[in-house]
Design a protein around this ligand. Structure first.
Ligand code: CMP
Length: 139
């Protein structure tokens, strides 16, 4: 079922490289409304919990270390069919496979340092949004 909200993080390497403004601009120019936005640095423990679904994967340790390595922008976004449309806008996980015009094609360094996160389902969009934002921080 289509939902109108998704969740994103602009990851540490993209923030450190100064790409956050351009990425947010691309997101808004593509019709996503910002419901919530925060500049934050997640702890190692929080990163582990956020990516718990990948716990058994070989890259889990690297992913958790990396996500806690510097500040990120986290946001809830709204648009019709948000989860699917946002995944199209960000492109494939591995920037080598991402299409022209996508955020990852333009800004990602590698499969691990891939500039942005986007929820993969409506259910996860809700869980991930609530991980960072209380109801009164969602407008
Ligand atoms: P994201 O959309 O945040 O969801 C899970 C993350 O795991 C993914 O983006 C990548 O950053 C990371 N990831 C997926 N596959 C690999 C891999 N093979 N090696 C390192 N990191 C990966």
């Amino acid at each position: 079922m289509a939902s109108n909200r998704t969740f994103t993080m602009i990851k540490p390497e993209a923030v450190a490289a100064g790409h956050a403004g351009k990425i947010l601009d691309m997101i808004m120019a593509n019709g996503f409304r910002v419901v919530s936005l925060k500049y934050t640095r997640i702890s190692h423990h929080e990163a582990g919990a956020f990516y718990e679904v990948h716990k058994e994967r070989p890259f889990y340790g690297e992913l958790v270390d990396y996500m806690a390595s510097g500040p990120t922008y986290v946001a809830i976004l709204e648009k019709e069919n948000a989860v699917e449309d946002f995944r199209k806008l960000i492109g494939a996980t591995d920037p080598a496979n991402a299409e022209e015009g996508t955020i990852r094609k333009r800004f990602a360094e590698s499969k691990a340092k891939n500039a942005v996160h986007g929820s993969d389902s409506n259910e996860n969009a809700l869980i991930e949004g609530h991980f960072f934002f209380s109801t009164r921080e969602q407008h």
